[in-house]
Write a protein of this length. Structure first.
Length: 379
């Protein structure tokens, strides 16, 4: 967003929507701009502000309460409230000293983390970050985050191109066309249309095709976004409405750019394998820090709450269509089985999720294998 007033310039998406001052667009924009000036991250601040209000309404947080504070908690929706809360957090004043640690650590300190995250009162989901897009429908977002280190934030995967196109009510591709064109671009797994099947049928969110899609996402994320500096708001671009055939520049554009920049002559698939290597190295570090497959589970509320439904490509009764899956719940056993097959696909031990020596040595990471073995954590 860029405005003549300068308010909220350079902010995008939810970064323009954290503060909502009732009845004033001007003060709303200035409130979000103030968040940037205080140096606060919107994706942590949003659930934190909601949680603060929940605790206030429960009578737990407030003046003279169990968690004592002079913050004007009875004035949500005002600029004064937003300013006081953000200043307290940024300057670590009073209760703000604990809030500055973020939602998870704050909830843990007051003894409510397990209860409130399990119930969804505090809607965290992925390693201390908030639930974003519904794991029961946009499963690759959920799995990609759970099997990573934070919320995926890779908006140009199925989410923006497919969900928002379908949600518009006038998609420029049919679901069948979208599935084909999208997966045509997903080298080296191209051609498997069911990678973008978001049904809960045999080819859908628990399938081997979805395993491949999640692996593709992690490899793309680690090389092109993380190492290559490509923007997750724009890449990968598997489909587009800006070309006659609706094909996006992925997978041709990325290696063309990178090879020109570096003088290398590698293919898209070569770089994706480097992404696989980076992901495996990351996972080895997480394992040394204590990561185990038993930790890679969604909170109870993610499994137990019926989905609101979200328009996506789904293969139902032998036909492609845009459907929303309203009322669907994730199946715990099927999620665990999905994880087992994902670990095997990536070269990890399915019993614990640890990278194996064979996988690491194939990637010229023998020293990493030795380090894991020395700690009793080699797969």
């Amino acid at each position: 967003m860029r405005l003549a007033t300068g308010d909220s310039n350079e902010s995008v998406c939810a970064g323009t929507m954290v503060i909502n001052v009732d009845g004033s667009v001007k003060f709303t924009r200035q409130g979000n701009d103030m968040m940037q000036k205080f140096g606060l991250g919107h994706w942590q601040l949003m659930p934190l502000m909601s949680y603060v209000q929940t605790l206030y309404k429960e009578g737990v947080l407030g003046k003279g309460k169990q968690l004592d504070t002079n913050l004007p908690l009875d004035q949500p929706g005002t600029f004064a409230y937003a300013e006081a809360l953000m200043q307290a957090i940024s300057m670590r004043q009073g209760i703000g000293n604990d809030l500055a640690e973020g939602c998870a650590r704050f909830a843990e300190k007051i003894g409510r983390y397990k209860k409130d995250v399990s119930s969804g009162t505090l809607s965290l989901c992925y390693w201390g970050t908030a639930n974003h897009y519904d794991p029961a429908i946009e499963a690759e977002w959920g799995f990609g985050s759970l099997l990573g280190e934070r919320d995926l934030m890779l908006h140009m995967m199925s989410n923006y191109p497919l969900h928002w196109m379908a949600w518009s009510g006038a998609p420029y591709l049919t679901a069948e066309q979208a599935a084909k064109l999208y997966t045509d671009a997903m080298e080296p797994y191209q051609g498997d249309v069911f990678m973008v099947d978001h049904s809960d049928g045999p080819t859908g969110i628990y399938s081997d095709s979805k395993v491949k899609q999640v692996a593709w996402i992690k490899h793309y994320e680690k090389f092109w976004i993380g190492a290559g500096g490509f923007c997750g708001w724009r890449w990968p671009m598997c489909i587009t409405n800006n070309t006659a055939d609706r094909r996006g520049p992925t997978p041709q554009a990325e290696p063309k750019f990178w090879n020109a920049l570096t003088g290398k002559n590698l293919t898209f698939a070569d770089y994706m394998e480097i992404g696989h290597k980076i992901y495996t190295l990351d996972r080895s570090i997480w394992v040394l820090q204590g990561r185990h497959r038993d930790m890679e589970i969604f909170p109870d509320y993610v499994y137990d709450r019926p989905s609101m439904g979200h328009d996506m490509t789904m293969y139902i009764n032998g036909k492609w269509k845009y459907d929303n899956g309203k009322g669907r719940k994730l199946d715990r056993a099927k999620v665990e089985d999905f994880k087992t097959r994902f670990y095997k696909f990536e070269g990890f031990n399915p019993e614990n999720g640890y990278p194996t020596r064979a996988t690491l040595e194939k990637m010229n990471l023998k020293k990493v294998a030795d380090a894991l073995q020395s700690k009793g954590k080699l797969g």
